[in-house]
Structures are given as structure tokens and as C-alpha cells.
Design a protein around this ligand. Structure first.
Ligand SMILES: NC(=O)c1ccc[n+]([C@@H]2O[C@H](COP(=O)([O-])OP(=O)(O)OC[C@H]3O[C@@H](n4cnc5c(N)ncnc54)[C@H](OP(=O)(O)O)[C@@H]3O)[C@@H](O)[C@H]2O)c1
Length: 245
């Protein structure tokens, strides 16, 4: 397979109310080749469009994920499963500047949402990936999940949960290469993107180095359209460069 641009017709998006998730939905709604989009979120449906099928989902709960997968028609197919969920801070959790600030519960929350939930989605939704045609399973990771690239330290839970996600992606790619021979499993770093997630930290960045969600999605779509089976298991940045673990 050389290009996926014409092969993506059916999409499942998790975390669809997030800044990048909803920009992806807007993008796909402008593509006439897209037949349907299943969106999964804790929020209500923001897209009143016949192509969008929206489901409430709390990805922190395994039973919710398995119940929804059971509820969907067995003959449903997704060419692209895209996980755009993840968190860096909440009202009560801030990324740790020092080991003095780590907490067992906060670390569990980071791992649960950023690493374990995407793998659970793979567990319950891989049955919807086509066996005899190309498919992509992609999750938004982050450059800070790269161990080799860690020069600043801090953000223990977020960094480690994204590093764990990257390992899950690699391991899943090996399993899928046997059962789903035309599948590609990848992680994507969207760049620094203006969103709820990045808002408290954007003052550390030059204004012109921060993407809007729409800009980031336009780059990520190019990456999705250019990857091949040989790329399965890898993590790519918005500009198509590979991020080494
Ligand atoms: N923004 C950046 O600069 C940046 C940089 C590198 C990587 N990323 C990654 O890109 C992804 C999307 O980030 P974003 O910037 O679009 O952030 P965002 O606007 O905050 O969206 C993240 C979405 O994740 C879902 N989510 C978060 N916590 C959850 C929880 N406890 N349970 C269920 N769902 C939860 C939510 O989706 P629903 O509301 O739909 O449930 C939320 O809207 C994340 O994985 C992030 O780590 C972002």
C-alpha cells in the first residue's frame, strides 16, 4: 500500500470533543469519500450531521468500552480508528515539576487515560478493523514520551504514560501484523497545539510555534495518507519525521 488517501472511508474517533479530536471530525466531514464517522466522548454530540454517529463513552472504564463495542453492529468496519483522548492536567492534577510532587493516584490516572485506555480500545474495537483491506489504528502520543528526547525532566506521569503508550503501540503492531496483515498501528505527535490541554503552558512557547487544532490536523492527515505497513509500530511527528523511543 503506498497511500491511504483514498482508502479511508469509515472512521472511529475517541475523545471526539477534544480540540484535536473535533478538528479531525471537521476535516473528515469535508471529505466526500468518508461514509460515516463514529465519535466517542464524554460530551454531547457537537456535530449535527447525518454522517456522525455519536456515543457517550468514559474511556477510564473498561466495561463502558466493552459495552459500546458490544452494542455496535457486528458488520461495522472502520478503516481508521483514531484515539485523540489524553490529559496533562485536570482541576486537581498538575504535571509534576519534581519527584516530591508525584502521587500514586495521579500516576495511575495518567496511565489509565493516556496508555491503558487506548490499549483497551484496541482490545474491544480491533474486531471492527477489516481483515482483507488496509486499516490504521492511530493514537495521539507526544514527543515528551520519547526517553531519548527527554532533556528537560519533570512531568513524570504524563511522560511515562506516553512512553508506555508508545510501547503498547509497538507491541500491538506486532500482534496485528499477524492477524490483520494490512493494518498499520502508529502513534502521532501533533506538535504543540492550542487546546485545553496545552493552555496553562503556552506562555513557554513562541506564538508562531503553536498550531491551531486545524493546522495540526492538516499535517497529521498528510502523515496518515503517506504511511505504509512498513511504518507500523512507529511514532511520527506532525511533519512526518519519526520519533525514536
Ligand atoms: N495540545 C498539545 O499541544 C499536544 C501536544 C502533544 C500531544 N498531545 C496529545 O493530543 C491528544 C489530544 O489533546 P488536545 O490538545 O486535543 O487536548 P484536549 O482538547 O484537552 O482533548 C483531550 C480529550 O481527551 C479526552 N479525555 C481527557 N481526559 C479524559 C478522561 N478522564 N476520560 C475520558 N476522556 C478523557 C476528552 O475527550 P472527550 O471530552 O471527548 O471525552 C478530552 O476532550 C492528547 O492525547 C494529548 O496528550 C497534545
Amino acid at each position: 500500500m503506498t497511500s491511504n488517501s483514498n482508502s479511508i472511508k469509515s472512521v472511529a474517533i475517541f475523545g471526539s470533543n477534544g480540540s484535536i479530536g473535533s478538528a479531525f471530525i471537521k476535516h473528515f466531514l469535508n471529505q466526500s469519500s468518508i461514509k460515516y464517522i463514529y465519535s466517542f466522548s464524554r460530551a454531547v454530540n457537537n456535530f449535527n450531521h447525518p454522517k456522525v454517529h455519536h456515543y457517550f463513552l468514559d474511556i477510564s472504564d473498561e466495561k463502558s468500552i466493552s459495552d459500546i463495542a458490544d452494542e455496535l453492529p457486528d458488520d461495522l468496519n472502520f478503516d481508521l480508528i483514531l484515539i485523540t483522548s489524553g490529559f496533562l492536567h485536570t482541576e486537581v492534577i498538575s504535571p509534576e515539576k519534581s519527584v516530591r510532587f508525584i502521587s500514586q493516584q495521579n500516576l495511575l490516572d495518567y496511565f489509565n487515560i493516556n496508555a491503558i485506555a487506548p490499549l483497551l480500545i484496541a482490545k474491544y474495537f480491533s474486531k471492527f478493523l477489516p481483515k482483507n483491506s488496509p486499516s490504521i489504528f492511530a493514537a495521539l502520543s507526544a514527543r515528551v514520551g520519547s526517553i531519548g528526547d527527554n532533556k528537560l525532566g519533570g512531568w513524570y506521569g504524563y511522560r511515562a504514560s506516553k512512553a508506555a503508550l508508545n510501547m503498547f503501540i509497538k507491541t500491538l503492531s506486532i500482534e496485528f501484523s499477524l492477524a490483520l496483515k494490512q493494518s498499520i498501528v502508529i502513534g502521532l505527535h501533533p506538535g504543540t497545539v492550542a487546546s485545553n490541554l496545552s493552555k496553562p503552558f503556552l506562555s513557554n512557547y513562541k506564538k508562531n510555534s503553536v498550531f491551531s487544532p486545524e493546522e495540526s490536523v492538516s499535517y497529521l492527515v498528510k502523515v496518515l495518507n503517506s504511511i505504509t505497513e512498513n511504518d507500523s509500530g512507529k511514532i511520527f511527528a506532525w511533519n512526518g519525521s519519526e520519533i525514536i523511543a
